[in-house]
Ligand binder design. Sequence first.
Ligand code: CUA
Length: 306
Amino acid sequence: MELASLDPRGPAAADTAVLWWILLGFGGAVFLLFLVVLLRALRSRASESDGDSPDLIRRFLIGGGLALPVVVILMVFGLTVGAMMRFPALGSSDRLVVELTGYQWWWDVVYPQSGIRIANEMHIPVGAEVEVRMRSADVVHSFWVPTLAGKIDLLPDKQTALVIEASEEGSYRGVCAEFCGLQHAKMAITVVAVAPDEFEAWIRQTATGPPAPTGEAEVRGQTIFLETGCGECHAIAGVASGNRGPDLTHLASRHTLAGGTVPNTIGHLRSWIADPETIKAGTEMEPAGLSEQDLDDLIAYLATLE
Ligand code: CUA
């Protein structure tokens, strides 16, 4: 789904959208009033009349320049505080918790209650509050899924948190909303909201690691993965435990690659491993330097990581 803050699919985003429409309404009304006054002034100048009396001008200045802004600002302030007070309080113990860490330029996603670690994708149940606790591993990033909630920064030295809730099933696109270096624009995240029972099934399935490879190419691919040093940076449950790059335990079930840059297809995976710079210049991922055959086998193995 697009980054549409005016097409909200969650209570926090709905509050924000209502505020936006009210602000647009106020802004539009004041602009129309201004046009009417301007036209009137131009007309009286064209007819070379004496214009409005000083008393009318004085009243207009006090009303339009003082009273109207004070009323509008107070109303908008009240509505904003009201919307803020409807934000759920942090720290509720019966909520699903997701720990999100921002890296240049990808997202590490951990479910501490079930020990699941994935990347660049967050699965949540529909109709439930989810507490997202955030931190950055390097510079300041910002988590923003416009259809679900407002944005909040991920800081290197302090945890921040936000409660999100989706009211409908769907895949919601999120981005990093704070400039964080060369590939800030290629730091996307997908929030997948599913029915609660489907979510429970996802948790059960994902909590178990990937099956051991059985085919000849897949077994060889796993050896190549380890011998090439992929495991120095990437973890795969039961196989490798690198932590500089995204966890690959469930790579094959992901929708995107390279921090949301391209769809997760065999072709993209191949280009990404062979020469990451062509997809995301500046990435820390290095070219694997493999023969075509080795690359084929490695990809055959990675495709088993459901
Ligand atoms: Cu991370 Cu912009």
